[in-house]
Design a protein around this ligand. Structure first.
Ligand code: HEM
Length: 153
């Protein structure tokens, strides 16, 4: 299997981040605040690492277009759009969730934190599906400017 290195690394970072968030949630449910804080900060660190790798690829080389069969193109792009929507919501919610925690607004933190964690836990598997469709099941297509790769133009 011949997969490109940067998308593989960034997809791994999303998965690692989601694992930290899952365990971080479990720890706060058991009342372990310090462990929760540590695990969530690691989760945020890997989410940021994912974003930095992804953004630098986008800026320096563009995004890969779908290389699979024509009849799957629309389904792929709808799914990719759904994944991007989830990832963007998780990023915005994640920043606000962290700010609530740092400013000790824990009631708000808890309420939003649940949404952040659920959305991030959905972002990771949908990201893996995009990765598998784009690089594993089918050979990646040409690299294009971001907007063309997203819209399939
Ligand atoms: C983006 C990162 C984070 C996420 C997604 C997150 C998520 C959550 C969730 C889902 C809960 C509620 C658990 C439940 O009862 O079901 C919670 C509670 C809590 N979190 Fe976080 N958390 C994050 C970062 C932090 C950080 C950095 C701190 C420490 C400064 C922190 C401190 C707390 C505390 C003290 C509670 C308990 C609140 C209460 O029971 O009133 N969290 N968090």
């Amino acid at each position: 299997m011949n997969v490109p290195i940067l998308p593989t690394i960034s997809t791994l970072f999303i998965v690692i981040s989601a694992i930290f968030v899952g365990f971080g949630w479990y720890q706060i449910m058991r009342g372990n605040r310090q462990t929760h804080e540590k695990l969530m900060l690691w989760g945020a660190f890997f989410a940021l690492a994912f974003f930095l790798v992804y953004a630098s690829r986008t800026i320096f080389s563009g995004n890969t277009s779908f290389g699979g069969p024509e009849e799957l193109k629309l389904a792929y792009h709808l799914f990719l759009f759904f994944h991007i929507l989830l990832a963007t919501a998780a990023a915005v919610f994640g920043i606000i969730t962290l700010l609530h925690a740092f400013n000790k607004r824990f009631a708000k933190h808890k309420k939003l934190g649940r949404w952040t964690a659920v959305i991030w836990l959905l972002t990771a598997p949908t990201g893996v599906v995009v990765y598998v469709l784009l690089y594993v099941l089918y050979p990646g297509g040409a690299t294009k400017p971001m907007i063309d790769a997203i819209l399939g133009t």
